[in-house]
Each structure stands twice: as C-alpha cells, then as structure tokens.
Design a protein around this ligand. Structure first.
Ligand code: HEC
Ligand SMILES: [Cu+2]
Length: 359
C-alpha cells in the first residue's frame, strides 16, 4: 500500500472501523428515542414506496399509446378521505409519542444529582457539587439520574451527547436543564451543536460513564479540597454579602436560609418562586425584583462575579436550606448500597410523571 498516502490510509482505516450508522445507545432514553426515529423512517419508506409504485403503475397504465386523448377523472370522496385520515392518524401518533418523550427528557426526577456546566468560547467547564471541576470532559456514574444545569458565559452554545440522545442549549443569562441516566460504562462524544465562532469545531469533549465504585474513586481523586457551596461561602463573605445578609435582627437584607425553593412576594405584589435562576438574577439585577418589605439597597454584582462564582453562591444559598441539605445527603447515600450490590433503589427510576419537583 506504499503508493497510498499514509495519512489517507490511516483515515480510511479509521473511517471503516468506526463506521456505524448510529451512535451507541448509552442512556435509558436512547432506545425510546430510536424507536420513535425508526418508526418515522419506516413510515417515510412506506410512503415513498407507495408513491414510486403509483407513479410507475400510472405511467404505464395511462401511457399515450393506450390513451391518445386524455380522459379527465374527477372526484372520489372515499379516496380523498382515505389519504387524509391515514396520514393524519400517523402524524398524530408521532406527535403524541414525541410529546411523551419530550416531557421525559425535560423533566428531571426530583432526586437527580445536579452538575453545573458553563459553556464559553470555546470550552465546556463542568462543576460538580463536591467542588470537582473539569474542562471538556464530564464524569458521571451509571444508573443514576444526572441533571445538568447549563449556562453560557458569552454566546449561545448547545450541549449535545449523541450516545445519550440528549441535547440542550446553553444560553447566556439563563439556566437551562437537561437530564439523563447513563446505562453503559464507556467514553462518549460531547459536541457543541450550535455554531458559536471560530473554534466551534474544537468545542468538543468526552463524557465518561463510570460504575458507581469507579465514580466514587474519581470523586475522591479529583477533589479540590472544598465543595461548591464552601467556595460560595467564601465568596459570600469576601463580597460582603454577609454585611447585609447575616440573619441578625438589625440586618439590612433578608435572611437567606430557606429562601431557595420558597415563594417570595415582590414589592409589586407578584409571587416569585426562588429557584436557581431567580437567585442568580437577584445577585446580578437586584433592582429588577425587590422583595416586599425591603429597601432596594442591594448593589448589583454584574460584571464582578464570573458565572462560576454565581454558581458557587447559588449552591451556598441552597445549602442554607436545612431540607435541601437533607435531600442532598439522602441522594448521596442512595449511591452507596447500590455499589455494594444490595437491593438498589437507583435514583431516577421513578416513572415519568411522578414526584417530579423541578424547583
Ligand atoms: C447593602 C446590603 C446588601 C448587600 C451587600 C447584599 N444584599 Fe442581597 N439583598 C439585600 C436586600 C435589602 C434584599 C431584599 C430586597 C431586594 O430583593 O433587592 C436582598 C435580596 C437578596 C436576594 C433575594 C432573596 C430575598 O429573600 O429577597 C438574594 C438571593 C441576595 N440578596 C443575595 C445576595 C448576595 C449573594 C450578595 C453578595 C454577592 C448580596 N445579596 C449582597 C441587601 C444586600
Ligand atoms: Cu459552542
């Protein structure tokens, strides 16, 4: 093979060995997504076959030699009703089927573990609650519901894992979420699927699915010494948030314990759920939604805190909730019996539609 360029040869071999029509199915949703996809391909193929057969048959049956003077054929209610009702039924099946999968993909189970992902030109940064962070790679345990909370630091990006059949936009100024449950250990592709500038094609990485044991080892080996919430606590005092939010009777700002997940009343009388997005906004645009009973004295921190910093602050404020802390502890401990081969109650195996509190 000396006459073929070695680069070309290598490319050919690689392409041939890697050639496969579909990415592997490595998440719980993947087979369901593929079933719908194959159904749609099948319906299209049947439609295509019918059209080709009719075109061929009619052009033979009504060829000019047999019918020198064309005869106009008009009106068949039966025929028209048939070709309306059958496709309508097929499309409605696709619609309902697709909607069911859509709701599953976009509604994380309440006990999903949360990982933050920040997209920026041109890399992905993942922030684990334990303080582990990684760039252009994401380690997740198999058999557990994992929710990603995404945000972009500059332009639109899109976080796509083909092997999981999961994709979600990372948008500047807003948290978006997506969740999955990986089923097979291995390393899978991560892509940015929203054209985002010069190095868009380099905005790729690895999704590494580990067994629960390996995952525990990875977490222990990659710890940075302090958790996200602890980083947030440090920021909370270095940015002097604690000057106003200190839970003392004469404090100028509200006590932030149990704020996360609660319903606040704003100065204009509107009710507001204090979720991650609201807390982020309260820090960056405090004058936009002042809480009832307080003076609008909180300064804006726009431009002073990176998205990573805001995430740490949000996690810290979440940790101030006693029940959030308990929830996190129970979710963490469900990981343990599983790895010991006991009767596992894996997280995220609740059927869709039950207990889905996505605060
Ligand atoms: C000068 C005092 C002051 C400082 C400094 C301050 N805040 Fe506030 N903060 C307030 C006041 C007053 C409110 C209630 C009125 C409002 O919503 O603006 C508030 C509201 C909030 C809220 C909305 C929750 C609620 O119950 O209203 C959050 C979250 C918050 N602050 C976080 C922070 C963080 C994080 C920092 C530091 C980065 C910070 N604040 C710094 C005074 C302050
Ligand atoms: Cu991108």
């Amino acid at each position: 093979m000396s006459h073929i360029s070695p680069v070309l040869w290598q490319f050919l071999v690689k392409w041939l060995t890697n050639f496969s029509l579909y990415p592997p199915q490595a998440s719980k949703i993947a087979p369901q997504m593929d079933a719908l996809y194959f159904f749609m391909v099948l319906v299209s193929l049947i439609g295509l076959t019918i059209v080709i057969l009719l075109v061929t048959a009619f052009s033979i049956m009504y060829r000019q030699k047999k019918h020198p003077i064309p005869v106009q054929i008009e009106g068949s209610t039966m025929l028209e009703a048939t070709w309306t009702i059958i496709p309508l039924g097929l499309f409605l099946i696709m619609f309902v089927w697709g909607a069911l999968i859509y709701f599953r993909v976009y509604t994380p189970p309440a006990n999903a573990m949360n990982i933050y992902v920040v997209g920026k030109q041109w890399m992905w940064k993942a922030e684990h609650p334990g303080g582990q962070h990684e760039i252009n790679s994401l380690h997740v345990p198999m058999g557990r519901a994992v929710q990603l909370t995404l945000i972009s630091q500059d332009v639109f990006h899109s976080f796509s894992i083909p092997a999981f059949r999961v994709k979600r936009e990372a948008i500047p100024g807003r948290y978006t979420t997506v969740w999955f449950e990986a089923t097979t250990p291995g390393t899978y592709h991560l892509f940015c699927t929203q054209y985002c500038g010069t190095d868009h094609s380099h905005m790729i990485g690895d999704i590494v699915v580990l067994t629960p044991d390996e995952y525990k080892r990875w977490l222990a080996g990659s710890t940075s010494g302090s958790s996200l919430a602890q980083n947030g606590e440090r920021l909370f005092s270095s940015l002097s948030c604690s000057a106003c939010h200190n839970a003392r009777p004469d404090a100028r700002g509200p006590n932030l314990a149990n704020v996360y997940g609660s319903k606040l009343t704003l100065a204009n009388g509107q009710a507001q759920l204090a979720d991650e997005g609201f807390i982020r906004d309260a820090i960056l645009n405090p004058s936009q939604h002042v809480t009832q009973g307080y003076a609008p004295i909180m300064p804006t921190y726009q431009g002073q805190i990176s998205e990573d910093g805001v995430i740490a602050l949000v996690e810290y404020i979440k940790q101030l909730n006693s029940d959030y802390r308990i929830q996190q502890t129970t979710t963490t401990t469900t990981l343990l019996p599983e790895s010991e081969g006991g009767k596992a109650t894996p997280a995220g195996q609740k059927p869709a539609g039950q207990g889905m509190v996505n605060q």
